[in-house]
Structure formats: C-alpha cells, structure tokens
Design a protein around this ligand. Structure first.
Ligand code: CP
Ligand code: NVA
Length: 310
C-alpha cells in the first residue's frame, strides 16, 4: 500500500521508513522508464520549488531544476547571497515567508541545523541538497543505482574508503536502513561522527546487517560488492586540502586496492571526483564504474522525492 509522504521533509535518510525508501525507488524506476519513452508526467503542474545554494553544485542544481520542470513545475534558483537569509533575516522568518510563496524548498548549505529549522518553522517540505552532515538525495540515488544493477540491496557489502564526511554519514544511515553491510576505512581523526555510527548500528541491528569502522582500506574492501569514495577535502575545507592529502595517503582507490573486492564490484563516487587523489583514472573509467549512472539517477530519484512530498 502506498505511504502518504505529502508535506514530509527530506532532512536525512534516518527520518525515512523502509517502506518510504522503497516507495521512492519504485516511483524513480517508473519515472525513469516514462522519460525514456518520452511520456510526460506533469505530477507537479504549476508547483514552485525554491532552490537555495550556499555552496557550488553541478549535479544537484541541474538535476533539481530539470526535474521540477519535467514534473510540470517551476524551479527558482537562489544563491544564498541573493536572499536576506542569515544576513538580515533569521532562518525561521525566512521559512515562514517562503512558505507563503512556494510549494517546496531544496537547500544546500553548511550548517545542518539550518535545514532542520527551515523545515521546523516553514509549512512546506524541505529537501536537503547537502549539508556538512548529510547528503540524503545522493545516497538514496546510490542505493537505487545498486538496486538497478544488482536487483537487491540486502546482504551486499559496501566499502567506503576515505573521509568520514557527509557522504559517509548518509551512506551509514542508508545502508543500515536497507540492510546492506557497510565497512568504512578512514585515517584516525577523520572517522564518521560517533552519534551517526550509533544511530546506524541501531538500524543494522534491526535489519541484521553489519557495520565496521576501520583504518585499513584493504580490510574494508575485502569481498566488497561496492567500493565507494569521495573527495578528501569537502566544500568549505579547501584550506585544509594540502594537509589532508598527506593524511589520506594510502586511502586511494586504485587497481591494487580493488583487487581485494569481488571481481564484479561496482565503483561508485558521488562526484565531483578529484582524479589522482582519492581515485585514479583507471578506476573511474573502468567497466566496473557506475559513476555516470549515479549522476543520471539523481534526476529520477529526486523527481520521485518531489512528486511524493510536494
Ligand atoms: N554529487 C553532487 O551533489 O554533486 P554536485 O556538488 O555537483 O551537486
Ligand atoms: N563531501 C563532498 C560531497 C560533494 C557532493 C562535499 O561536501 O564537498
């Protein structure tokens, strides 16, 4: 039976039930198929989505804007500097004002609390398009992509190599919610936050799956079905990039490392990739790599999210 998600915000994957996650995947597959055959689906005719970006973006911006257009709605882009938000106006007042004009807000920003507050004080759904803590749209898309390729999520093993950042956090929530095993290898001092690991451990216990937080990339990758990595310095950490490069030596996804995974492993990356740092060209461009399918699927999955919540 369909679960009613109208009005629900997408702040982090842990706020979704398993039924809601699979509902998003089912609708994503339908919308993808319909687009392929050129069928129009004006599910959100006349609806307005505000898109606020305090950080740069290629995929998130373009896929949301194309997505709302293809659903029959209208997307409005705001660089954070275009708005009074957090300059001469609070998040709560902004949320109340935007709720009078729009039908939904997508926001990419630094402080996760701002997304929580926008949803709390506004009366329209808020979709997190990346914060320092989480990137739920990306990980829902990644899980959908694995489902397309492998027809199942349970009992697969995903190895995440690198920084314990927003991607690692959302992967921990996402994999544990759907019963996928996840092994994370990060240098000491760059591990995912304890409270996110704890929340994910609770999901994993419920689903009967496993979580490992390690420092050795080879152990993490051993027998993996999926190898995932992300940049060593995220947006906002540019000044730390050189120092981080030294700390992440040995955490590159390269031909030596992937030998320890299953032969038909999938290579995934949210992109943008810093080729030559966290991953080499051979891996990005190998037949195992599904990085551009992930990028495409952002469109289909986010259309499903918007269609369900707006
Ligand atoms: N993966 C992702 O969110 O890409 P952008 O930063 O280009 O939006
Ligand atoms: N961890 C990266 C993800 C980019 C999609 C960042 O926050 O910059």
């Amino acid at each position: 039976m369909a679960v009613n998600m109208k009005g629900k915000s997408l702040i982090e994957i842990n706020h979704l039930t398993l039924e809601e996650i699979y509902q998003i995947f089912d609708l994503s597959a339908t919308l993808k198929q319909e687009r392929l055959i050129g069928k129009k689906h004006y599910i959100l005719e006349g609806k307005k989505l505000g898109m606020i970006f305090a950080k740069p973006s290629t995929r998130t911006r373009v896929s949301f804007e194309v997505g709302i257009y293809e659903l029959g709605g209208y997307g409005m882009f705001f660089n954070q500097n275009d708005l009074q938000l957090k300059k001469s106006e609070s998040v709560s007042d902004t949320a109340k004002v935007l709720s009078r004009y729009l039908d939904g807000i997508m926001i990419r920003t630094f402080d996760h609390q701002d997304v929580i507050d926008l949803a709390k004080y506004g009366s329209i759904p808020v979709i997190n398009g990346l914060t320092d803590l989480h990137h739920p749209c990306q990980v829902l898309t990644d899980l959908f992509t694995v489902l397309e390729k492998r027809r199942t999520l349970r009992e697969l093993k995903l190895a995440y190599i690198g920084d314990g950042n927003n991607m690692a956090h959302s992967l921990l929530h996402g994999c544990s919610k759907v019963g996928m095993n996840i092994s994370i290898a990060s240098p000491s001092g760059f591990k995912p936050l304890d409270f996110v690991v704890k929340e994910s451990m609770e999901n994993a216990k419920y689903m009967g799956s496993k979580i490992e937080i390690l420092e050795d990339p080879v152990s993490a990758v051993k027998g993996a079905d999926i190898i995932y990595t992300d940049v060593w310095a995220s947006m906002g950490q540019e000044k730390e990039a050189e120092e981080r490069k030294k700390r992440f030596m040995g955490f590159q996804v390269n031909p030596q490392l992937v030998k320890h995974a299953k032969e038909d492993y999938l290579f995934m990356h949210c992109l943008p990739a810093h080729r030559g740092d966290e991953v080499t060209d051979e891996i990005c461009d190998s037949p195992n790599s599904v990085i551009f399918d992930e990028a495409e699927n952002r469109l289909h999955v986010q259309k499903a999210v918007m269609a369900l919540v707006m």
